[in-house]
Design a protein around this ligand. Structure first.
Ligand SMILES: O=C(O)CCC(=O)C(=O)O
Length: 279
């Protein structure tokens, strides 16, 4: 699989354009950034996981009665270690959130024919900070199959990340539906009003939701407990830090004044705040 992990880093100019669009409209699309072999291999692992873990349909309108989600992908299969650190997408996340950001959750979504439209929502709801605010949650939705108007491409309300409130039931703002080819990635600010579309087609729509948050926040899915440590030992140093084996500004997340990275790599360099404070 190692050849699937290699990819050209994102072009500077493209990264800058995407970040500008995220700031202004709350979302941006990077077209055709995922190599097809990687995308196909991910689809194969998702299908395998659906069967192996007997993934059920959602139990409410939000999760979707015709939709199946595999949560905690990093505990399921090693191939899922690729998307969160992918060089074609991670630079956008780091430019917006900074390089000490965390992976908040990693989830596959298979939305099947007949799925109704998901209620509009924003992913910052559980944090409860006043709005608008600087971006502290940023999502990269990987299109593993095509996202179309007919199969339920994500609805987004441009500029809504700057509104003073989250959407409420009954709101009917002007939304547009994001259509993108398989292999593309939709980035959206956690404050953006958005939601999955209705699947009126006869094919499924499959995506991987890479949800990142600022390094000083609690992650949506508790990565430190959800992923067995024996797996984390085999992660790349970058992925270890992303799931939480690291600190924020050399302080938050420390274990007995040391960087928790040493729990999975005794050789890790632990550069802590206490070493920088003069006597
Ligand atoms: O499936 C989509 O297009 C969006 C999903 C989403 O926003 C969610 O489940 O929180």
């Amino acid at each position: 699989m190692s050849e699937l992990l290699e990819n050209e880093p994102l072009d500077e100019a493209l990264a800058a354009r995407l970040c500008g669009e995220i700031e202004e409209r709350g979302y941006a699309v990077a077209e055709n950034v995922i190599p097809s072999e990687l995308r196909e291999a991910l689809l194969d692992r998702i299908d395998h996981g659906m069967q192996k873990f007997e993934i059920p349909f959602g139990e409410n309108a939000f999760l979707g009665h015709q939709t199946r989600r595999i949560f905690n992908l990093l505990a399921r299969d090693r191939l899922f270690e690729t998307p969160p650190v992918f060089p074609g997408t991670l630079p956008v996340i780091e430019r917006v959130l900074d390089s000490e950001c965390l992976l908040s959750s990693l989830t596959a979504i298979e939305m099947n024919p007949g799925q109704a439209r998901q209620p509009l929502h924003s992913d910052d709801g559980s944090y409860g900070f006043p709005r608008p605010s600087p971006t502290y949650v940023l999502v990269a939705m990987w299109a593993i199959t095509d996202f179309t108007e007919e199969n339920g491409g994500t609805h987004v309300v441009p500029g809504s990340h700057l509104r003073e409130r989250r959407p409420r039931r009954g709101d009917e703002p002007e939304a547009i539906q994001v259509e993108m080819d398989a292999g593309s990635v939709l980035f959206y600010d956690g404050s953006l009003w958005h939601g999955g579309g209705e699947n009126r087609s006869d094919t499924r729509r499959v995506g991987i939701v890479n949800n990142y948050c600022a390094g000083f926040l609690r992650q949506e899915e508790n990565q430190l407990l959800a992923i067995p440590k024996e797996r984390v030992v085999n992660f790349s140093p970058r992925l270890r830090r992303l799931v939480g084996y690291g600190t924020y500004r050399g302080l938050l997340g420390h274990v007995d004044q040391r960087n928790p990275e040493i729990l999975v790599d005794p050789e890790a360099k632990t550069d802590m705040i206490w070493g920088k404070i003069g006597r």
